[in-house]
Design a protein around this ligand. Sequence first.
Ligand code: HEM
Length: 798
Amino acid sequence: MEVLTQCLLCSVFFIALAILFRTVTKRGTSSQLPLPPGPRPLPVLGNILELGQNPHRSLARLARTYGPVMSLKLGTIHTVVVSSPSFAKTVLKTKEHSISDRHVPDAVKILGHEEVSMVWSPPNQSWRYLRTLAKTHLFNSQSLEATQILRRKKVEELVAYIRGENGEAVHIARAAFSTVLNLISTTFLSTDLVDFKSNSAQELKDTMWGLMEEAGRPNLSDFFPLLAPIDLQGRRQRFTVYFKKLYDFFDQIIENRLAITAEGRRKNPDVLDVLLQLCREVNSKLNRRMIKSLLLKMEDLTQCLLCSIFFITLAILFRTVTKRGSSSQLPLLPGPRPLPVLGNILELGQNPHRSLARLARTYGPVMSLKLGTIHTVVVSSPSFAKIVLKTKEHSISDRHVPEAVKILGYEQVSILWLPPNQSWRYLRTLAKTHLFNSQSLEATQILRRKKVEELVAYIRGENGAAVHIARAAFSTVLNLISTTFFSTDMVDFKSNSAQEFKDTMWGLLEEAGRPNLSDFFPLLAPIDLQGRRRRFTVYFKKLYDFFDQMIENRLAITAEGRRKNPDVLDVLLQICGEVNSKLNRRTIKSLLLDLFIAGSETTAATLEWAMAELLHRPELMMRAREEITTVIGFEREVEESDISRLLFLQAVLKETLRLHPPVPLLLPHKAEVSTEINGYRVPKNNQVLVNVWAIGRDEQVWKNPDCFLPERFMEGNEIDFRGQHFEFIPFGSGRRICPGLPLGVRMVQLMLASLIQSFEWSLPDGMKPTDLDLTEKFGVTLILASPLKAIATPARKN
Ligand code: HEM
C-alpha cells in the first residue's frame, strides 16, 4: 500500500509536469499555422534523442525523410531546420528581416553580455552600430592589408614552434588555436601588447580553450528554458568565472593602453586605439544602457524565485529516486558525467552502439552510464565480455525488461524476458530438445527448401524490377520459421490472415525499435506517455488470436486421429496434455511469439547486410558465385547439406555478422545480485550491455576492422560465432546465448546461396557499387538506413 501511494503521488506529479510542458509548448505556437513536417516528438524530451553526437549528420539524415524544411522540438524549443540551397536562400536572404534574430544560449546570459554582444544581440540599433564599426575599423581591406606583416610574423612563430618539435606528433588543433589567438591579437591590439609567452597570456589561452570546451557540451537549460534559473549543470556559473577572467584581462590591456596614450598619441594607432577614441565619444550612452538593463533584471527576480522552488523540488525528487538504486559506499565504474534528470541519454544519439564505442575509448572497456534513472554498465572488449557472459554468468543473466512488453502477463512466461528461474530453464531445455536439435532441423530441411524456392520464384516474377531485399527476406523468414515448427499446411502465407500476421509482426518490430521514455524513467511507466504499452497490447492480442486459431485448427485435426509426421506444434500440444505439465496454452502462445520476434528480423537483416556488402564489392559476389557453381553447379538447387562445402559463403556470413551484428548490444542483461568487475562493484539490478558491435571492430583483435574481408575467416582461422570466441559473439554467449542459432544460420546460408546461384545481381537506376549507402539504422535490430533494393537477372548457365 505504501508503495502504491508513492506511485500514485509520483504519477500525479508527472502528469502535472506533462501538462505544464504541454501548456508551455502550446503557448509558443499558433494552432492555425501549418508547421513544416518533422519526426514525431517524444513527450517532454521532444526530438532531443534524434540529435545524437553529430547533430549536423543526424539532421541531414532526417531531412532525407522529412524534406529540406522540417520542424523539430528540442525539449520545449520549436526548431525549424533548413537543408537545401534554395531554402537557405529563403531564410538568409528573402526573409533576412524576419529571421535574423538570435536564439541565445542560456550560458551567455551573464554580466549583461548578450545585450551588448554583436554575436548575440537582436538586429537592433546597437547591433547595427557594432556591425558598421566592424566593417569600417576591424575588417576593412585597407587596415587588414596594413597589418599583414604582423600576421606573417606570428605564422613564422608557428612554423618555428613545429620545427622545434623535432618530428614529434603535433596537436594541430591546439597549435592552430594558439596561433589564431596571436593572429587576432596582433591584428587588433598590436603584438607589443600581447606577449603569448608570458604567464598571463598562457592563462588567457587556457581560459579561452576551457570556455570553448565548456560551450561545446549540451546544456539542459537550452532545451528547457524553464530550468534555466536553477542552472542545474552549473554552466552559467562557470561561464561567469570564465567571462570575468577574460573581462579582467581586457581591462588590463585597456588600462595599459590608456596609460601609454596618456603619455602622447601613438605613431601607428591600431584598432584598440581607434575603439578607445570612439569610446570616449559614446561613453555616457554605454553606461546608461548597462544601468537600465540591471534595473530590468530586478523585475524578473520574483518570477525566477517561484520557478526555482518548483524545479529544485523536481531535482531533489529525481536525486532521491536515483540514489535509491546505488550505495554511496560503492566505488563507481568510470563513465561520462551524467546530466541531472536525463543522465547520459543525450550521449546515446541515433546509433548507441557507435556512441558507446566512442565513449569506451575515453572511459575504458567497462564503464558506467546513467540512462535516465537506469544505472547501466557497458562492456566493450572480448575479455570483459567473457567475464560478464561466462565467469559471472550466474550473477548477470537476468534481463532488464522493456516497459512495453509488461503486458498481458507476457513477460512472466517469455523465454526472452524471464529471469533465469525454473520456468526459463524449462523453456530453454524444451527449445534445445524439441525445436533446435540438429536431428529435427535435418528432418525439416526439405520444407525450408520449398519456401526458399518460393522466394526465388517471387523474385523471378519481378522481371527485372528492383527487389526490396529486407521485405522479401522478412516474409520468407516468417514462412521458414512457421514451416519448421508447424508445417506449411498450417500457415498459408497467401491468405488474408497470413498477410495480416505479417503486417502485425512488421508493425510490432517497427514500434519496438523506437525509444520509449518509460524505459529511461520507469516512474513514468504507469502513465504510458507515448502510448507504447497500449499499442503493444493491440499487436500482442492480434498475434495471440492468430496462434489461438492455429492451435484450435490443429486440435480439431488431431481429434480425428494422430498425424503421421508430428511437427513441433504437435509435440508441444502433446506435452501440454500431460498430467502436471509445466506447459499450457498461454506458455505455448508466448513461445511462438518469441520465436517470431527473435528470429524474423535478425535473420532477414543478416541476409540484407550480406547482399549489400556483396553488391558493394562485386568481385566478392563473383567469388561466391564461382564457389557455388564449382561445388554444386546449376543443375540442381542448393541444399542445406551443401553448405559445409561452401567455405567462402560461410566466411561471408561470418564477416557480415562481425561488421553488422543484428543485435549490437545483445538483449539487455541485468545483475541479479551485487557483483564485481575489474575491482569495481556492479550493484544489483544494474543493466548490463555488451557492445558486440564494438568488440567486432576492436583494433586490438581485428586487422582493418572496418573493412569487409571474408578472407579473414578462411585459411585455418577457426574463430566461430558459437559463443566460445569472445572477440566474435553476434549470438551472445553463456546461459543466454541465442538458442535459435542453428536455425538462424541455416536460414541465412540457404537463402544467400540460392539468391546468388539463381540470379546475377545489380543495383537499380544506374547506381555504381561504390554509391551504395551502407549507413546503419539502430532499432530492434541494426538494419540498413536506406533499405537495399537490387535487380535480379536470372543466372546464365554456362
Ligand atoms: C542471424 C540470426 C540471429 C541472431 C544474430 C540472433 C542473435 C541473438 C542474440 C544476440 C540474443 C541475445 C543474447 C543475450 O542476450 O545474451 C538472442 C536471443 C534469442 N534468440 Fe536469437 N538470433 C538470431 C536468430 C534467432 C532465431 C532464428 C530464433 C528462433 C527462431 C532466435 C531465438 C532467440 C531467443 C528465443 C532468444 C532469447 C534467449 C534467452 O533470453 O534465453 N534467434 N538472439
